[in-house]
Design a protein around this ligand. Structure first.
Ligand code: IPE
Ligand code: IPE
Ligand code: MG
Length: 256
């Protein structure tokens, strides 16, 4: 059976362009993006994906016009309220990744309600990145490590990748296996910089509002063709079983 990625991360890009091409407003594009997310979550459950992490709002997205930012905050708050029971019924766990301090309190409380409701689920862990930036996450981790060192609870000499990862926002979030970005741009845009160290990157031209379970399946099929070597080389002296693709790099920061 071809390998199924344990962790898929998606940059849900292209809502605005999708809408503009149709003579719609960017807000309508974002609303269509919400529907796409629900389809893709269903698709991920069908495929048997364990972790799906989606980029919903970046630390850089605050620089968009206030009306668009305000619309997105309201859309996300309503979407959490609207979909959480359905996701709960499908045993999906909802988690937030990012800073909470800058988000509207009403959005935080909807997120916390969704997290509480679905806390016991483990069929699919849906991590929603909201006010998330990879650099900010790394800076916050560095600050937390520096504070621990200053307090004498962490010896800087013992700091390694695994200890560092314990200071990330979600220490148990595994490395990303498959990174998907929709809508044609081929960049990471500050998404999961640490966790994507060895992710397989798949860029698709389909704008996010048109992305569905078939596109997800296609990306998983592309992933299955990739040869993940993690910096090693194939050893001709090894048995086929021994030289089976590694599941993670030898410097992995999460348990196998
Ligand atoms: C992604 O779509 C959604 C968010 C970043 C919130 P965009 O809004 O970036 O759409 P484009 O890239 O302008 O088409
Ligand atoms: C990345 O998309 C952020 C999200 C999808 C939430 P952007 O559209 O904001 O990123 P850039 O501007 O193309 O790098
Ligand atoms: Mg964009």
């Amino acid at each position: 059976m071809p390998p199924v990625p344990g962790h898929i991360a998606i940059v849900m890009d292209g809502n605005g362009r999708w809408a503009t091409r149709r003579g719609l407003t960017r807000a309508q594009g974002h609303a269509a993006g919400e529907k796409a997310l629900m389809r893709v979550v269903e698709g991920a459950v069908e495929i048997g994906i364990r972790h799906l992490t989606v980029f919903a709002f970046s630390t850089e997205n605050w620089c968009r016009p206030a009306t668009e930012v305000g619309f997105l905050m309201t859309l996300m708050r309503r979407a959490l309220r609207k979909h959480r029971q359905r996701l709960h019924a499908e045993a999906v766990r909802i988690c937030h990744l990012g800073r909470r301090t800058g988000l509207p309190p009403a959005l935080i409380s909807e997120m916390e309600a969704a997290e509480r409701l679905t806390a016991g689920n483990d069929r699919l862990i849906l991590t929603i990145c909201l006010d998330y930036g990879g650099r900010t996450e790394l800076v916050d981790a560095a600050r937390s490590i520096a504070e621990a060192a200053a307090a004498g609870t962490l010896d800087p000499a013992t700091l390694d990748a695994r200890t560092f990862a314990r200071h990330l926002y979600a220490p148990d979030l595994p490395d990303v296996d498959l990174f998907i970005r929709t809508s044609g741009e081929q960049r990471i845009s500050n998404f999961l910089l640490w966790q994507c160290a060895y992710a397989e990157l798949v860029f698709v031209d389909t704008p996010w509002p048109d992305f569905d379970r078939h596109h997800l399946r296609q990306a998983v099929e592309v992933y299955a063709t990739r040869n993940r070597t993690y910096g090693t080389v194939e050893d001709p002296g090894r048995s086929p079983e021994q030289s089976a693709p590694r599941r993670q790099p030898c410097t992995s920061t999460t348990e196998p």
